[in-house]
Each structure stands twice: as structure tokens, then as C-alpha cells.
Design a protein. Structure first.
Length: 217
């Protein structure tokens, strides 16, 4: 399959799984087809960034360990080591450009496609300039069925499924604004010129890991 075909497929897959794993149950008798709801486009972008940049995810995991001062660092240590052992910063990094509010990927076409095949829906409120100001992303009952009965069993989707679960376990309670603030705390991210691809921070992660655990990655 050509790369040009794989790219939109990968983007649609990531977005669909983010909406599924980070959304909440939704029940409304007026919209019985809608099963789950997710309210923040900012959070989609920031979770997407953590999926697409394994080194930044490792950095956040190490920083989370540092902030909580958890004496049991076994899990974080193992996760970071496995990510580097599997060479994920090279294999799985999918670059994003920095825009005014940080890492950003245009979602309109992705959501439009997912909506066209009845996997998701989108509702929004508009301001006086007719711009969307409050968006609600829904996963349909059909979408939930396809994800739970089929997609989670597809080998090609397993890495993305596992990564969503990992991010949710450590950072799922954070808002999109919280995640954005944390990402802007990282100098390499913050100093990326507008419109340029955000560079990897593999070296910084190796240094932080070595400082914490006295080992090299």
C-alpha cells in the first residue's frame, strides 16, 4: 500500500481511538445513536502529540514520576526502557508542526470522513462570527461496536490502542490546557518556530532517565 494511502488511514485511526478511549458515556433519548462524548479539540491535539512523539511521552512519564516522588518507579522505568528498546522514537515518531497553540493537526477532513461512515458525529455552537466555539465530538453506537468487536482485534491497530490506554492511565484526568502547558514547559517544543516541525527530544529523555535511575537507555 502506498504511503499516501497509509497516512490518512493512520490519522483517522488515531483520532477515532482517541475519541473512544478518552470520551465519556453519553445517553440522550433524542439522539439514541450517540454513545460517547468528548468535548475538547485541544485535548485531542495534545493526546495526538503524545502518541506521535514517543520521546515526549517518555519525558512526561519521567516528569510525572519526578513530581509525585513515587518510591516505586518500577512501572515508569520499565515503560520508558521498553519504548526505547523497541526504537519507538525512530519508528513511530510522526512529526507535527507547531502553530500558535502548539502542536496541531487539521481535524476537519478526518472528522468529516469518520462522520461519513457513521463512526462519529460532531455538534458545535457558533459565535456571532459564525465560528465554532464549543465542539462536542461523539462516538456513535455503531462506532463503539466496530471498535470493540473488530478494531481492537486488528493487529495493525494494537500499538495505537495500547498507547491510548497508557496515556489515559497517566494523563487522562488532565485537561487539554493542562497538557498544552506541560508541553510548552519543554524548551525544544516551546522554541520551535511557527510552521516548523517539532524536533525530537530523545537525548533529553536519555539524560533524565540516567539521572533518575543511574542507567543508560
Amino acid at each position: 500500500m502506498e504511503t499516501s494511502t497509509l497516512v490518512p488511514y493512520r490519522e483517522r485511526l488515531r483520532t477515532l481511538l482517541i475519541l473512544y478511549y478518552f470520551s465519556e458515556d453519553y445517553r440522550n433519548t433524542k439522539d439514541p445513536n450517540l454513545a460517547r462524548v468528548f468535548y475538547s479539540e485541544v485535548k485531542i491535539q495534545k493526546i495526538d502529540f503524545l502518541i506521535r512523539y514517543p520521546s515526549y511521552l517518555c519525558y512526561e512519564l519521567l516528569r510525572s514520576y519526578e513530581e509525585t516522588n513515587d518510591p516505586n518507579a518500577t512501572e515508569v522505568k520499565a515503560i520508558v526502557r521498553n519504548i526505547f528498546k523497541n526504537n519507538e522514537p525512530t519508528i513511530h515518531t510522526d512529526e507535527m508542526k507547531r502553530f500558535f497553540y502548539g502542536a496541531y493537526e487539521e481535524l476537519d477532513d478526518i472528522i468529516a470522513f469518520l462522520k461519513s461512515v457513521n463512526l462519529v458525529d460532531l455538534r458545535s455552537q457558533k459565535n456571532v462570527m459564525l465560528r465554532d466555539v464549543k465542539k462536542a465530538y461523539f462516538v456513535t453506537s455503531f462506532g463503539v461496536e466496530k471498535i470493540e468487536d473488530a478494531l481492537t482485534k486488528v493487529a495493525a491497530a494494537q500499538w495505537y490502542t495500547d498507547r491510548c490506554k497508557l496515556i489515559k492511565r497517566y494523563f487522562g484526568d488532565m485537561s487539554g490546557t493542562d497538557l498544552k502547558r506541560r508541553q510548552y514547559d519543554i524548551e525544544q517544543y516551546k522554541d520551535t518556530p511557527l510552521g516548523r516541525y517539532i524536533a525530537d527530544i530523545e537525548d533529553q529523555v536519555r539524560e533524565k532517565y540516567s539521572t533518575f535511575f543511574g542507567e543508560t537507555l
